[in-house]
Ligand binder design. Structure first.
Ligand SMILES: Nc1ncnc2c1ncn2[C@@H]1O[C@H](COP(=O)(O)OP(=O)(O)O)[C@@H](O)[C@H]1O
Ligand SMILES: [Mg+2]
Length: 349
């Protein structure tokens, strides 16, 4: 989360890049702090609202192995001058002068009042990512944190089915696909399930929203809730990918088991999840220690979720998973604490 008081930092000594950014910033009346050395860029990396890195500073920052953060961008007039550092920095590439409109969006977006957006990614099919995402949103609402659950998995089958909400009136993504730029409060348009605002994929052949619509609607939800939970699936759908990149924190749900872990490793690479935490879903009959799963994935272990037959039964009955006092419910409540703490830790304001 950033605030307007946190600066926009531009790290470059290239005059043409500085000029381009400053002219956009001036039009928006946004202040930019220009730093010209890798050390100064490193010092500003975590605390800035937005970080823009030029081609001269990018290699040094990348070799420092900085921690990924949302709203970090590489920019320059030559895409090949910055693109090689995109993966290492977890930063998207802004090519000047073509992408000035995008730069305007980035510098103009005021997310001072945006809540944390946690992305939940499944390491393999059926790992329990959607169920955990729903559980986190329900647990948040239960403890008084207004939450929204956003379906960003076009092949996940639709979250309304998971929550027994398929007959509730309100919009699904198909009706929101045209959203752009600054979107107002959309809460009134969306179904609510047990206090959770739900934005599900349409299960008919509804229009798939583009990356711009997904970002705009999610930003709006983040301004009107205390927590947004994204069910990001694991497909490399560009809109979900961009969303996962801008979300913080990110959680990977991995089933214990050799093949599930192999699959999860591929997902970590494909979606560039190296800053994510891992949650291990227990599987009956499989005794792989969660620490080992985390180690194999090279991710920090954030917790475990027990196998719970009640969860399967609720899903089959078309009811939201019941948190109650079950072991599953307690595990979800614990993970919610972790998520909120992580979001707070890395509060870049
Ligand atoms: N903790 C759990 N214990 C038992 N079954 C679970 C658990 N979490 C999810 N499931 C079941 O596993 C199946 C896949 O879950 P889902 O959340 O859709 O996975 P994903 O989104 O990762 O593909 C569903 O039938 C669901 O009810
Ligand atoms: Mg799913």
């Amino acid at each position: 989360m950033g605030t307007s008081s946190a600066p926009v930092v531009l790290a470059t000594a290239e005059a043409a890049v500085v000029d381009a950014v400053e002219s956009v910033a001036a039009a928006l009346r946004v202040g930019v702090t220009v730093v010209t050395t890798p050390d100064a860029a490193l010092a500003a990396w975590a605390g800035a609202r937005v970080v823009l890195v030029g081609p001269d500073i990018a290699p040094a920052l990348a070799s420092e192995g900085v921690r990924r953060r949302p709203r970090a961008y590489l920019l320059g007039f030559d895409p090949w001058g910055v693109a090689p550092w995109s993966v290492a920095l977890g930063a998207e590439v802004i090519v000047l002068p073509q992408a000035v409109a995008w730069l305007t969006d980035i510098l103009g977006a005021d997310d001072a009042d945006a809540c944390p957006v946690v992305a939940v990614v499944g390491g393999s099919g059926g790992a329990g990512a959607s169920t955990l995402a729903a559980g986190l949103a329900l647990a948040a609402a239960e403890r008084g944190v207004a939450s929204a659950l956003v379906d960003a998995d076009p092949v996940g089958g639709g979250l309304d089915l998971l929550l027994g909400a398929e007959r509730l009136p309100g919009h699904r993504w198909g009706r929101m696909a045209g959203a752009q730029g600054e979107v107002g409060d959309v809460r009134g348009l969306l179904p609510r399930v047990e206090g959770v605002t739900l934005l599900s994929m349409a299960r008919d052949a509804g229009e798939l929203p583009g990356a711009g619509a997904v970002a705009a609607v999610t930003r709006s939800l983040a301004r009107h809730h205390g927590l947004v939970v994204l069910d990001a699936g694991r497909t490399p759908w560009p809109a979900a990918r961009a969303l996962v990149r801008s979300a913080w924190p990110t959680m990977l749900v991995a089933s214990a088991g050799v093949r599930a872990v192999a699959s999860a490793r591929a997902v970590v690479t494909a979606l560039e999840l190296d800053g994510a935490g891992v949650v291990v879903r227990a599987v009956p009959g499989v005794r792989v220690p969660p620490e080992l799963v985390a180690e194999a994935l090279g991710l920090e272990l954030w917790g475990q979720v027990p196998f719970d037959r009640g969860v399967v039964a609720a899903a089959e009955a078309g009811e939201p998973p019941w948190l109650g006092r079950s072991r599953w419910g307690r595990a979800v409540a614990g993970l919610l604490e972790t998520v909120l703490a992580r979001a707070g830790d890395d509060d870049r304001s």
